[in-house]
Design a protein around this ligand. Sequence first.
Ligand code: 5GP
Ligand code: MN
Length: 343
Amino acid sequence: MKTYFRANLQFMRPIQDAFPLLQTPKKIFIITHHKPDGDAIGSMLGLSYFLKKMGHEVAAIEPSEMPEFLTWMPGVDGVLNYEEKPLLCEAAFNEAALIFCLDFNDPSRTKYLTQQLEQTTTPKIIIDHHLFPKECWDYGMINSAKSSTSEMVYDFINLMGKNEMIDNNIATCLYTGLMTDTGSFRFSCTTDETHLMAADLKRKGLNHSIIHEHINDSWSLKRMQFLGYVLLEKMEIFPKEHAGLIALSKQDLKTFGMNINETEGLVNQPLCIKGVKFATLITERTDEVRLSFRSKGDYDVNAFARKYFNGGGHLNASGGKSNSSFLETVTYFKQILSEIHPR
Ligand code: 5GP
Ligand code: MN
């Protein structure tokens, strides 16, 4: 039996209470988290299309550039990158009558709009599936038992009684978030509701196989060769701890001409090995060292990320950071690992 952490959501009103605000055309600001993934961009674009169809004017903001494997998505040309156009993004924020925050639960995950989000008097609606939300939202849906924010945007559209408005663009965007956050319907966050949503999108004409091709079969040869190198030379397995580690320095990436987005998914590789329940990817960045954690079963990587690496996320997928050097972080991680024993 899986344990879910039910947040106490008394600090905000249910999303239905915000429906009257959506009855007349408004300027709406939508933002997702820094270093957006498939669910972040998928849920944001899906919601943007839906709100525009309802007659609203929408500004969709990504705090930093989306990874290459998502640039085929419908609507990406309309997304504003804060790092490229900070003034335009700030103007859109100030003009907005309503704010949607998607796929994160703490304003600091936007990196650049932390204070603005905390201090604004404009109503803020959150739709998110991460654990331990910051209590600063006016309306929303927060449910850590949900597979993805994209599934929750679908629920939101249904709650509004607007299922028939889901067209091919909305279906494509929401399916992209659904499939990426569930590891193509493999991870334990996948539920009957997840499959029912996929079935409904399919009925609406979704071409799912082309999306899988865009996401999974768009690697460059050098990226595939880099994966070979990483698996052979960089992956360490710790059988006693049921753990696997991949640690990549800036030099490792440079040697293969890889950018950091091309390390996406590597963290899952150790989990393909029988007996491994806990996988970690450590990457050296320009300004910090990032850590990604994945687990199987009830080993809580959210708690691990919070306790040791100032991070968070979900029970089976989380992330964190370290301000120590890359080598010190790797040594520290191994030291912690020898002190814990994931079942
Ligand atoms: P990833 O390993 O793909 O970067 O992140 C895995 C999950 O953990 C994502 O849901 C992401 O939002 C969350 N996450 C990643 N880094 C952090 C962090 O520094 N703080 C928090 N609270 N969550 C994070
Ligand atoms: Mn997500």
